[in-house]
Design a protein around this ligand. Structure first.
Ligand SMILES: C[S@@+](CC[C@H](N)C(=O)[O-])C[C@H]1O[C@@H](n2cnc3c(N)ncnc32)[C@H](O)[C@@H]1O
Length: 224
């Protein structure tokens, strides 16, 4: 059993603005733990989490793989989340490198086909389109709504990121995505196969309250 990262340095005020790890986060922990042999077998050098929030997920991954074996880049549009991510890395001796940006946009050219492990627990809750747009608007400062407001079918933010995945993934790279039933899992997997040739596998699924959560792993067909 891999220990959950220590978040005791984060305050209630931090969690007013930054996503508090919840069932979705823990399902992704469990999926990574489930795949630990495969992940170690990749000997990853570069891991990216987009939407790192508190940083606990990347800290957990670094705990699995060894903090000095890979670079752990963590992006978020929420400035307080980026700060929390850095502090969580330091608190757990798992150095994390936060980047305040949307998705991995400014890194795309430099990181083309070089990301070994890619993680995204996105804002997946179905909301109005305007709610999701407001939550993504960085001009007035980003708050907690960026953690959950997903627009139509809860897929508006995720869909934008899905367009980056093929360009980022290394030949043997793996992408882990959290989704909920209203996001239409089979539609996501079909689109990723038809558009980019990526195969998918549901690593874990779990009911948590009203949510039916999934962790989907994507890979190139030629990878293990
Ligand atoms: C559901 S929370 C997940 C937080 C953390 N990864 C976890 O699992 O506990 C979603 C995170 O995505 C971030 N986010 C939303 N839109 C984003 C975007 N366009 N680019 C990067 N991060 C984004 C939010 O600010 C939030 O921190």
């Amino acid at each position: 059993m891999i220990p959950t990262p220590d978040l005791s340095h984060l305050t209630p005020e931090d969690f007013e603005e930054v996503y508090h790890p919840a069932e979705d986060t823990f399902l992704l922990f469990d999926a990574l733990e489930h795949d630990v042999g495969t992940l170690k077998g990749l000997c990853p050098r570069l891991c990216i989490e987009t939407g790192s929030g508190s940083g606990c997920l990347s800290s957990f991954l670094a705990g699995i793989l060894g903090p000095s074996h890979a670079l752990y880049l963590c992006t978020d549009i929420n400035a307080r989340a980026a700060l929390c991510t850095a502090r969580t890395g330091a608190q757990n001796n798992t150095p994390l490198d936060p980047v305040l940006t949307s998705f991995a946009s400014p890194l795309m050219e430099r990181l083309k086909h070089s990301v070994d492990i890619l993680l995204f627990n996105p804002p997946y809750v179905p909301t109005s389109i305007s709610e999701a747009s407001a939550a993504q608007d960085v001009s007035g400062g980003v708050g907690i709504a960026s953690a959950w407001a997903g627009g139509m079918d809860g897929m508006e933010v995720t869909n934008q990121f899905l367009a980056f995945v093929d360009g980022l993934l290394a030949p043997r790279g793996l992408f882990y995505l959290v989704a909920v039933a209203p996001n239409n899992i089979s539609d996501i997997t079909t689109r990723m196969k038809d558009s980019y040739g990526l195969k998918s596998h549901i690593v874990l699924e779990r009911r948590a309250g009203r949510e039916h959560l999934f962790v989907i792993r994507f890979a190139r067909p030629e990878s293990a």
